[in-house]
Design a binder for this molecule. Structure first.
Ligand code: SF4
Ligand code: ZN
Length: 310
């Protein structure tokens, strides 16, 4: 039997298991956008005359974030929305997703900048994988270098806030992973960040309350073209273990992801009391902010470019 929307009499297109509602297209879009807009406000005011950067890969999450941010700020002419893509150099994967990122920006007349690992780090991700001695996973290098590239480019462009497409699944995986690894300092410092650190462009995560599946549905309903392949190196990603655990818990007990995030939000202030944000130094090599003398990107770069010396 066809299900009817819990809010009106139209046919439902989806069932939200964690709250037991059936929703039609319009009510799903409304439900989705309401949560995103509310959370953006909660994460801080956007000043007039500011430049907002959106990190886009060509995947659904970052493109949904771009479309929503662009829609919200379209009418505020004094605010610029600029897209940034990092090309890690993963043949057959990132080159394809970049084509889609470019086409989304052209369609919406959004200024778009692409930066590459090759020019910023000296090696593509494919080359890094070939040289990897196995001490760190591919994603560790990729994550550190991507953050380095994004922060660098965002500062160069005068961006005041950097939007990323992290969704509820990503957030809960990071929370569980840091907790299980006993890395409570890192847990305390997960974004979004309230304190602005000199040299670090603050992150805003508009999709942190949205499950990945709902992002995909929203992208389809709004005709947002996105790249759906998986990175060839993702099979080795340590975070995959936590994704599987949480997927299983969510299946058996719908709402688990929200419970994890809500519990984290409840204790975040306490964690920050114990581990307040520290004053950052400027990396002696590159000038990027770091808690040490040399930043992680420079340490990794040395390892990759001069493996015999490190
Ligand atoms: Fe980079 Fe790992 Fe993501 Fe691939 S899966 S893009 S290697 S972080
Ligand atoms: Zn550095």
């Amino acid at each position: 039997m066809k299900k009817i929307c819990s809010k009106c009499n139209k046919p439902a297109i989806t069932f939200i298991r964690y709250n037991g509602t059936h929703l039609c297209k319009d009510h799903f879009i409304q439900y989705f956008e309401k949560r995103v807009k509310k959370d953006i406000k909660k994460q801080g005011k956007t000043d007039n005359k500011s430049k907002i950067g959106v990190a886009i890969s060509g995947g659904k999450d970052s493109l949904v974030a771009l479309h929503i941010i662009n829609d919200i700020f379209l009418r505020r002419r004094e605010i610029d929305v600029i897209a940034i893509t990092v090309d890690e150099g993963i043949k057959g994967y990132r080159d394809e997703s970049i084509k889609i990122a470019v086409s989304n920006c052209i369609k919406r007349s959004i200024e778009h900048h692409i930066i590459t690992f090759k020019e910023m780090i000296g090696k593509t991700m494919d080359e890094i994988v070939l040289r990897n001695d196995g001490n760190f996973g591919e994603c560790s290098y990729c994550g550190v270098f991507r953050r380095f590239c994004l922060n660098n480019k965002a500062k160069e462009l005068g961006i005041t806030k950097l939007i990323t497409g992290h969704n509820l699944d990503d957030m809960t995986q990071s929370i569980l992973m840091n907790f299980i690894n006993g890395d409570i300092k890192k847990l305390a410092r997960l974004g979004p960040h309230q304190k602005v650190q000199p040299g670090l462009v603050p992150r805003v995560l508009p999709l942190r309350l949205i499950p990945e599946k709902e992002n995909a549905l929203y992208a389809i309903l709004k005709n947002i073209e996105y790249h759906n392949d998986e990175c060839p190196y993702s099979a080795n990603a340590y975070r995959g273990i936590f994704r599987d655990i949480i997927d299983d818990l969510e299946y058996k007990n719908p709402g688990t992801r929200y419970s994890i995030l809500n519990s984290y939000d409840e204790i975040k202030e306490l964690l920050l009391d114990k581990y307040p944000p520290i004053e950052l130094n400027k990396c002696k090599n590159c000038g990027e902010p770091t808690s040490q003398e040399i930043c992680k990107a420079c340490i990794f770069k040395e390892k990759i470019l001069n493996p015999d010396l490190s």
